[in-house]
Design a protein around this ligand. Structure first.
Ligand SMILES: [Zn+2]
Length: 611
């Protein structure tokens, strides 16, 4: 059943969770990965960073990056460590940021492993970094840059095009096309207006399938009444007045730049007192340089001096400068400290949290999305102690959240973006959102735009063949067509148990009677009908079964079996068993479901005896 335009998509990250964006495209014999993000937050996801990549990384030819955030690029060196040697494509402005982010990530991991080993609190002996600076050095030469809005030829009939996403410097949505198949990845989408960058492209390039983020799918950003960021200014005023200091955890990329720009204007307007502002994040300082140097990407009217025009600005670049800041013997007095990471998951901000949280005069101002399982989220949830460096630190400082910094679009921003995809996509897959956000956005897109919306599960596989003819055409990720033929020949040797997408174990039924080696019958696909709204993660491959010409039912069902579920590794043998059932007089019942068991695609098709 090999066809020239076999195309599938496997959700290897940001499905069922907000981090770890990784989308694997199987396009004929080629494998393309869109984003290579690190899982962050909850432990069950973080542990996935340590598993072998489900597909041999050496078989992946290209990685396409939407933008430089850790949850979209942080896994790259791990991929290289496991054998990836292909090309990593990204926009010009993303390139320097990726380098900064990856070097920092390796550095953090090396430090954490070292500290854990010295402190003896790691469960792993010895604690190891996921990847090292050396791995990053081997990754950088693989990177190539592309311009916005120009299709890039990846060979073998595959093209990719990057469109501005207005999220952070260099960010993009990417459309990948292959024959009649095509899929548009939103990447992370900014609001209609970014405070310092050129706005996003409001007419995204069309494709029959859309993979879209849903971070804020269940909420609208508040319109600030009164002066901008007043809750933050007020928190700074009262903290300084009571003799405390303010800690602002901020993502080094984009967020720190926006925080400094805001502090600059607050100072100019006299809304906050003149106290030292410390940027303790070498990565943020480098990113600030990148923003200042990419003047083509800045919105008109932004001047470089708007970024950090603060008289008492102090930059902590070295480790010694950083350690001095939390040394009780060298108090710097009331001040504002901006440090990363933004969710308190690692980096220098953790040292500041440990030093500042126990004092009730201090305040922590959270400036962005705080994923489940992060220290930032624990603070928002009112936890009374946080674990850091193997010990518990009491939380007495004031915790404030400034929601105005978000560079993720809210629900209306997201709807406007997908509504502009013309012609209308056949299916929209919602990723990169917690369950409630994705479900709420699915309902709105379905209700307001009438589109088919699916919230895929982790490791789910879907076909990307639009319209008719994409019935069961699914390859096993990690296998070329020739490998597939081989696998089909070995199908009987395949382990008969597999793990379903929901974590339960399944067992293959006994093979159906052999149809005498007859070629598999092609199964026609009908025009796709609107699937029910996914209120929960659903397995809903966009594959619709059509009425198929079958012999009329001949009396009682064979063996009295009115209903049969044919399950097996995708391949010739599976199609043969479905064909055999149809020859017996069974009819297809519903669409096939596809599950990725970590190694291969498992397909299930129910058949029913008519009458
Ligand atoms: Zn992002």
């Amino acid at each position: 059943m090999a066809t020239a335009h076999r195309a599938t998509l496997t959700f290897l990250g940001a499905a069922g969770t907000v981090t770890g964006s990784k989308f694997l495209l199987n396009l004929g014999e080629r494998r393309v990965l869109v984003d290579a993000g690190m899982f962050q937050g909850e432990k069950k996801w973080r542990l996935k960073n340590w598993e072998d990549f489900p597909v041999k990384p050496s078989a992946i030819g290209d990685v396409l990056l939407t933008h430089a955030h850790m949850d979209h690029v942080g896994y790259l060196p791990a991929l290289v460590r496991q054998g990836f040697r292909g090309t990593v494509w990204m926009t010009d402005a993303t390139r320097p940021l990726v380098e900064i982010v990856l070097r920092d990530a390796a550095h953090i991991q090396e430090n954490e492993a070292e500290e854990a080993n010295e402190g003896g609190y790691s469960k792993h002996k010895p604690a190891l970094p996921l990847y090292t600076t050396e791995d990053v050095e081997r990754t950088l030469p693989l990177m190539r840059t592309v311009p916005y809005d120009e299709p890039v030829d990846l060979g073998d009939g595959i093209t990719a095009e990057w469109a501005r996403a207005g999220h952070i410097l260099g960010s993009a949505s990417i459309v990948v096309r292959y024959g009649t198949a095509g899929v548009l990845f939103s990447g992370d989408l900014g609001r209609h207006d970014h405070p310092v960058l050129k706005p996003r492209d409001n007419t995204p390039p069309p494709a029959p399938f859309v993979v879209m983020e849903s971070t804020y799918g269940d909420r609208e950003h508040p319109d600030a009444d009164g002066p901008e960021h007043e809750p933050m200014a007020a928190a700074i005023r009262r903290t300084i007045a009571r003799g405390g200091s303010v800690l602002i955890p901020a993502f080094a990329i984009d967020r720190t730049e926006l925080v400094l720009k805001m502090l600059t204007s607050m100072r100019r307007e006299g809304r906050i007192p003149e106290v030292p502002v410390v940027v303790n994040s070498p990565m943020a300082l480098k990113a600030l340089d990148a923003y200042r140097s990419q003047t083509d990407e800045l919105r008109p009217g932004i001047r470089l001096e708007d970024f950090a025009d603060i008289p008492l600005l102090r930059e902590a670049r070295t480790k010694e400068e950083s350690m001095e800041l939390t040394d009780p013997a060298k108090p710097i007095g009331p001040s504002i400290i901006v440090s990363s990471s933004g969710m308190g998951t690692g980096g220098r901000v953790v040292h500041h949290l440990a030093a500042m949280l126990p004092d009730k005069r201090n305040a922590v101002i959270l400036t962005g999305y705080q994923a489940v399982g992060t220290r930032g989220r624990q603070l928002l949830d009112g936890e009374k102690q946080l674990k850091m460096f193997g010990r518990y630190v009491p939380v007495r400082a004031e915790i404030v959240q400034d929601r105005e910094f978000s560079v993720h679009g809210d629900a209306s921003d997201l709807i406007d973006w997908v509504a502009a995809v013309t012609p209308r996509p056949q299916t929209v897959f919602l990723v990169h959102g917690e369950d409630a956000s994705a479900a709420a956005l699915a309902e709105r897109i379905q209700g307001e735009l009438g589109l088919t919306v699916v919230v895929p599960r982790h490791a789910e596989v879907v076909s990307l063949e639009p319209g008719a003819g994409y019935g069961f055409e699914v390859v096993e990720p990690g296998q070329s067509e020739s490998e597939l033929v081989e696998a089909a020949a070995r199908a009987d040797e395949v382990d008969s148990t597999w793990l379903r997408g929901d974590g339960t174990k399944g067992r293959l039924p006994a093979p159906a009677p052999d149809a005498g080696g007859a070629p598999a019958a092609p199964v026609a696909a009908a025009p796709v009908v609107a699937a029910p709204v996914a209120a929960a993660p659903v397995v809903a491959a966009p594959v619709a079964a059509a009425p198929v010409a079958v012999p009329a039912a001949r009396g009682a069902a064979p063996g009295g079996e009115r209903y049969r579920c044919i399950v097996g590794p995708d391949g010739t043998d599976f199609y043969r068993r479905v064909s055999a059932a149809l020859d017996e007089g069974y009819q297809l019942h519903g669409a096939p479901t596809m599950t990725f068991d970590g190694t291969q695609v498992i397909v299930a098709q129910a058949v029913i005896w008519p009458g």
